[in-house]
Write a new protein. Structure first.
Length: 316
């Protein structure tokens, strides 16, 4: 009886090792996370697995990236469908590490609520994953006087958790709001020498609710401000003479100080103008910093009207 050749024995061992690695790879592919399906009736089983997103994932985005793997012997394109009626074809390529597989990915649109995404092979083998999309909406409004004039520097608080400050045009907004009930409340959150008692607001707050089906932003959350006690403003401008032009000096720090030493700091705008708001009657000093100015200090008395300072000049 002849003995098997040494080369045949070694060749059989090598084939056995690679067959074990290949079968092991398929076992790992079938057992690690994600959704997987096999068609055992095929002579060479086909399978597909979704790795991303994970089952039950929730997002506020309007799309989700779907990634996974399928058997190498896939014939025809791999497609996706959703429970909201959309469909498409994935991008696919062959990847070989321990074994070769068909890797795929696709960007799939999501409807609000629960979405079931199904990835299918041409022979009907498929895998599914469920993803929920929650609404992310924006809420916005403005604060104005009864005359329609915009009211800046009003703090608008959203249900006690976050706040926004109205700017030049009295506008405020909150973004990326999820499901829930909210209220917005305006107030003057100021420190001396400013007064928190300058204005009252109507209504005192506004309420709105974001639901699972909310697809539109909330606008018109407006408030009307009314004078509560006498408050005024002090404004001025800083210029630099560059012959023959007179140019506004931006980003200059200006400090207003009351008789008790409380300070209020602003910076000049791009045109050189600055304004101090919500000041009760009293005497104040206004001091620009960062250069030599004429005058170096302005003294102003506020009685019953807004005050406009004489122009401040940068001395060359």
């Amino acid at each position: 009886m002849s003995r098997p050749s040494k080369n045949l024995t070694r060749s059989s061992i090598v084939r056995g090792v690679f067959l074990s690695i290949f079968l092991g790879a398929l076992t790992v592919l079938g057992s690690c996370g994600g959704s997987v399906a096999f068609d055992s009736s095929s002579p060479s089983p086909t399978w597909v697995r979704i790795d991303l997103p994970t089952a039950g994932e929730a997002t506020g985005e309007s799309t989700v990236l779907v990634k996974g793997n399928a058997a190498l012997n896939v014939a025809g394109p791999i497609t996706w469908t959703t429970s909201n009626g959309t469909s498409g074809q994935v991008t696919q390529q062959t990847i070989c590490i321990l074994a070769c597989v068909t890797a795929f990915e696709a960007t799939v649109p999501l409807a609000l609520g629960v979405n079931v995404i199904t990835v299918s092979l041409s022979d009907g083998t498929s895998a599914s994953v469920t993803v929920s999309r929650y609404p992310l909406v924006k809420a916005e409004g403005k604060v104005v006087m009864a005359t329609g004039a915009y009211v800046p520097d009003v703090t608008v608080t959203l249900s006690g958790s976050s706040s926004a400050t109205t700017r030049t045009y009295g506008v405020f907004s909150f973004s990326n709001l999820r499901e829930g009930s909210y209220s917005v409340t305006p107030s003057l959150v100021l420190a001396p020498p400013q007064s928190t008692e300058c204005l009252s607001f109507s209504p005192s707050s506004r309420n709105f609710t974001v639901t699972a089906s909310s697809s539109q932003d909330f606008s018109g959350l407006d408030f009307v401000a009314s004078p509560l006690m006498p408050c005024y403003s002090v404004s001025g401008s800083i210029f630099k003479t560059t012959f023959p032009d007179i140019v506004g000096q931006p980003d200059t720090k200006v400090i207003l100080k009351n008789a008790s030493g409380s300070e209020y700091v602003v910076y000049s705008a791009s045109d050189g103008y600055f304004t101090f708001l919500y000041l009760p009657p009293g005497t104040y000093t206004v001091t620009p910093l960062g250069a030599i100015f004429d005058p170096p200090v302005s003294i102003v008395t506020v009685t019953n009207a807004d005050v406009r300072l004489l122009p401040i000049t940068v001395v060359n």
